[in-house]
Structures are given as structure tokens and as C-alpha cells.
Design a protein around this ligand. Structure first.
Ligand code: SF4
Length: 408
């Protein structure tokens, strides 16, 4: 089944050691978890609570917050408390760089309130200092029994390690390209750090690894290699994926290929936020990626055709958009409410060429009349034609039928 030629269904999941992140299982054969990150100043408690709540409502199962200074560390337990008062039990991950060891030592309430610590081994100092500071964070995590993510990032890669590997490559007569050396340094940085953490006494059940880069082919190569060389739970994400459609396409291409190979236990889609500041878009994209690949079910699906010269108007696109919006609003995260149940599928098609066929495969579907058709719209429910809508209110009548179907 794992033959590279076998591409018609996903490979078996890469077996990893499961990690409990504040009650959410990452790895160990569990569902691929959706997570995201705030972009508020964590010291601004109101703004951070509001954004964590919005991300959670959109479907983020874990949320990471920046902990970069004393004020931020002091705010963390208050943020946790406020979220609990709102009835939101969402694991918060602290994103530490440079002085994480100090912040965790100086703010025990922060260390306790977080569900996981993220450490970047590329920016905790050099040589002995790096090992000491890295050790301090791991020991802190051991004391509070918290898991960690050892998050290597190409932008802050351990330069000593990279230089050592480049020198070795030169001594050996350049068997590897510069790009291959870079990829190897990223993988080694993650693996060496994980080994060090285990030597300090951290069990593998509390270690997640990530190795983020910004190029799709590099990301696929690095994670494929990482999965071959370890069984740690893996957090996937393309860093600096970019704005708008570029970021969505790049992340979906890279993560989709890895997920299809069974690699990845949790994903974050890093999108540059829209000018309106809506951070929840990345959660929606992550859910849609997992749902569209058939790994998880989150929200009802509206299948709509692209439209062509046979459509009489843009009415069917408006109807599809409206129904999708209504379903997202009225039907909360599917899996939470109906575990194991497939998401509802509604088809809204522009004519009868492909309309009835698509409608039969949906739970409920309509084919609006095309240019050369009589003004009638056949509706299929559970694969059978149950009505033909006519008149001026076809869209409204269909919306009512969808509402009745959901009610039933
Ligand atoms: Fe065009 Fe009809 Fe196909 Fe929609 S279903 S793209 S309107 S031919």
C-alpha cells in the first residue's frame, strides 16, 4: 500500500507517539488536529482573549500565543482564567524565543496555565549557553508535566550545525547540494534537540517536532525525511506561506502531499492576515483542506458548479453562497456535535447537464434552469427526485427545503 505508485488513496498513517496537549491528542493515530496562532500582543488581555475565542469558535482545537516578555507571561494565567469563565476549554501553547527559560522560571503561574511550550532550538543561544537554556526549558516542562514542541524554523536555523554540515560536505567532496545540506541541517536540528530533551528525562509522549521552511519542495523533503527517521508526533506548517491565494495554494499543495503520505499529526496554515485582520481564515482553510481530502468532517459542504454560458444568471452562485453561509452559521462544528457522522452535502447547480447527477450524490440538491431549459428546477433529496420548483421564488423555496431537511 505504501508503494509510491499507489496514489488513489492515502497511505497508511505514519505511526507516531501520541502527545496529550491539554486534553487534545496529537499523533498516536488520532485525528489530524487543527491549530492556529494569535497575532495580538499577549499583554493585551482583552484583545488576546477575543482572538483566542474567535479562533476556537472557527474550529481551532489548539491556539498558540506569543510569550516574549514579562508582561506577556504575566497575562497568560489571566487569559486562561478569562477563557475558562467564558466556558472555553482550549489548550493554549506558549511560543517562546530567546528568553523562554527566564520567563518560565520567573512566572510559574504562566508555566502552569499553558498546555504546551514551543521551543525554537535555533535561538536559545550558542553552544554551552544554548544547551543550558534548552535544558532549563525542558526541565521546567518536566516539572509542570507539560509537553513541548521543538519547532525548528529555516529562518532561525542553528547556524553552528549548518556550518558544521557544510564543512563536512566540503571535506567529503560535495556529495550533497547546498539545498540538501540545508534540509539535512533542519532535520538534524529537530532530531538532536529531541534526543537531548529525552536525555534530560522528557518522555517521547511529551515531544512534538516541527521543521518549517517556506518552500513547498523543501517542506515535503524535510518532513518525509523526518518521518523516516523518527516516530515523534509531527506538527506541519509552511512558514511564511504568503498572502491570499498564494499562501492558501502553497500550504495546501505542501501539506496535502504530506498528509496523503500519512505524515502529519497537527497542522497550522500560516496565512498573512487579510487587511480586515480576520485571523480565522487560516482555520477555515485548514479545516477545508482536511475535509476536502476526506480525513475529517467539520462543516456541511455545498457543491456548486463553476457556471458557464448555459446559466441564465448568477442566481445559482448567490444561492450557493447564501446556503453555505447559513449552514456555517447555523450548524456548529460538525464533529463536536455529531461524532462519526458525515457532513451534510448540498448541491446547487447551474443547469441540468450535470445538476441531477451531482444532486443525486448530495443529501439535497437543486439544478436551476439553464438558458435553453423550461423554467423548472428539479430537486433531489437523498438521491431521489422529490420536487420540481417553478415560479419567481425558486431560491427561497429551496432554502426552505434545506431548512426542513436539516430539521428532519
Ligand atoms: Fe454549465 Fe450546467 Fe455544467 Fe453548471 S452544470 S457548469 S451551468 S453545464
Amino acid at each position: 500500500k505504501n508503494s509510491p505508485n499507489y496514489i488513489s488513496e492515502p497511505f497508511a498513517r505514519h505511526q507516531t507517539v501520541g502527545v496529550d496537549v491539554g486534553g487534545v491528542l496529537v499523533g498516536g493515530g488520532g485525528d489530524v488536529v487543527v491549530q492556529s496562532m494569535t497575532n495580538t500582543d499577549t499583554a493585551d488581555i482583552d484583545a488576546t482573549v477575543a482572538q483566542v475565542a474567535a479562533l476556537h469558535k472557527a474550529g481551532s482545537e489548539i491556539v498558540r500565543i506569543t510569550v516574549d516578555k514579562d508582561e506577556a507571561a504575566a497575562a497568560v494565567p489571566k487569559i486562561r482564567e478569562r477563557l475558562e469563565r467564558l466556558g472555553l476549554d482550549i489548550p493554549l501553547v506558549g511560543d517562546f524565543h530567546y528568553i523562554g527559560h527566564k520567563l518560565l522560571a520567573d512566572h510559574p503561574a504562566c508555566a502552569e496555565a499553558l498546555a504546551k511550550y514551543r521551543i525554537n532550538p535555533g535561538n536559545v543561544g550558542f553552544r554551552e549557553k544554548r544547551d543550558r537554556q534548552f535544558t532549563d526549558i525542558i526541565e521546567m516542562a518536566n516539572r509542570y508535566e507539560k509537553p513541548v514542541r521543538i519547532g525548528v524554523n529555516w529562518g532561525s536555523l542553528d547556524q553552528e550545525l549548518l556550518t558544521r554540515l557544510m564543512d563536512k560536505n566540503q571535506e567529503d567532496g560535495f556529495p550533497m547540494t547546498a539545498q540538501q545540506v540545508m534540509r539535512e541541517a533542519i532535520v538534524q536540528s529537530a532530531l538532536i534537540s529531541a534526543e537531548l530533551a529525552e536525555q534530560i528525562g522528557m518522555p517521547r509522549e511529551r515531544i512534538i517536532l516541527s521543521a518549517k521552511v517556506s518552500q513547498v519542495q523543501d517542506l515535503i523533503a524535510v518532513y518525509t525525511d523526518l518521518a523516516k527517521r523518527s516516530n515523534h508526533a509531527l506538527h506541519l506548517g509552511l512558514t511564511e506561506a504568503g498572502m491570499g491565494s498564494k499562501g492558501i495554494v502553497a500550504s495546501s499543495a505542501a501539506l496535502g502531499i504530506l498528509l496523503q503520505q500519512g505524515i502529519g499529526d497537527t497542522i497550522r496554515i500560516s496565512l498573512t492576515p487579510e487587511p480586515n485582520g480576520d485571523r480565522t481564515r487560516e482555520v477555515q482553510v485548514a479545516q477545508e483542506l482536511l475535509q476536502t481530502m476526506g480525513f475529517r468532517q467539520f462543516v456541511p459542504v455545498v457543491a456548486a458548479c463553476p457556471g458557464c454560458g448555459r446559466t441564465t444568471s448568477t442566481g445559482f452562485q448567490e444561492l450557493a453562497k447564501k446556503i453555505e453561509g447559513d449552514l456555517r452559521k447555523n450548524m456548529p462544528i460538525w464533529r463536536t456535535k455529531y461524532p462519526g457522522v458525515e457532513a451534510l452535502k448540498v448541491a446547487v447547480m447551474g443547469c441540468i447537464v450535470n445538476g441531477p447527477g451531482e444532486s443525486k450524490h448530495a443529501d439535497i440538491g437543486i439544478s436551476l434552469p439553464g438558458t435553453d431549459e423550461s423554467p423548472a428546477a428539479p430537486v433531489f433529496v437523498d438521491g431521489k427526485k422529490t420536487a420540481t420548483l417553478r415560479g419567481d421564488n425558486i431560491a427561497g423555496d429551496f432554502e426552505n427545503m434545506v431548512a426542513d431537511y436539516i430539521e428532519a
